[in-house]
Design a protein around this ligand. Structure first.
Ligand code: HEM
Length: 201
């Protein structure tokens, strides 16, 4: 889980960096870069590896969750008092499912539209059209809060699994974690807001 999670966070950082070019507007590099990536010969195998990473991460998460449930089928005798199992940790299966649902919608909106529509799509215009709809912007913002929760737990679990979250490094790791779980979703969240209120059409 830790390794696939690390791989997916690397993708998120790359994806966010590319998406920030949306702020340049219609004449910017966003669509050009998208067209370049689309025609890049290695892009298909890379996409399969990426989708494989998402599927593997999800399957492993479901497996760990089921294993934990089987180990304690009746739950805890006293509910809601655990200080060690944080909220983001207990919610991670649900935030993970929400991310899966978001991905299905997101891929239909942009990826399928760009790759399988049969004609050349201007990605900037497609994104701007979607983010001119209030309900789309609102659902994306809600999703980025959920993503933040998921990353918060995932980042701490990553270092826990690798045995690096020792008392000595815990403070430092948690501080770097804030950058990951707060800044990545906040960066993504800024895009629909700026495009909606900036009036991108
Ligand atoms: C405001 C935020 C986001 C915007 C504007 C955005 C935009 C896009 C666009 C335009 C594409 C199609 C690229 C192409 O086929 O040329 C795409 C693909 C994709 N997005 Fe996003 N995205 C956002 C957030 C996210 C998040 C948070 C995730 C993951 C949790 C994600 C996962 C993906 C995946 C897996 C693909 C398919 C692979 C790829 O084409 O890179 N996206 N996104």
């Amino acid at each position: 889980m830790a390794l696939t999670g690390f791989f997916l966070v690397s993708f998120l950082i790359f994806h966010l960096t590319v998406n920030l070019f949306l702020f340049e507007g219609t004449g910017g590099d966003f669509s050009k870069f998208g067209a370049f990536l689309g025609s890049f010969p290695a892009i298909r195998p890379i996409e399969w590896i990426l989708f494989g990473g998402f599927i593997l991460h999800f399957c492993l998460g479901a497996y760990v969750w089921l294993k934990n449930r089987r180990a304690r089928p009746h739950g805890y005798g006293v509910k809601g008092t655990s200080k060690t199992i944080k909220l983001s940790s207990r919610l991670s299966i649900y935030t993970g499912l929400a991310i899966l649902a978001f991905l299905a919608w997101h891929l239909l909106q942009f990826f399928v539209a760009s790759r399988f529509s049969g004609s050349t799509v201007n990605m900037y215009e497609l994104v701007a059209r979607e983010f001119s709809l209030l309900y789309v912007v609102a659902l994306y913002e809600l999703f980025f809060v959920i993503l933040g929760f998921h990353l918060k737990h995932g980042f701490q679990a990553l270092f826990q699994s690798l045995g690096l979250r020792t008392a000595r490094y815990r403070g430092f790791i948690d501080a770097v974690g804030v950058v990951i779980w707060l800044l990545i979703p906040a960066g993504f969240a800024s895009i629909p807001l700026v495009m909606y209120f900036g009036g991108a059409r």
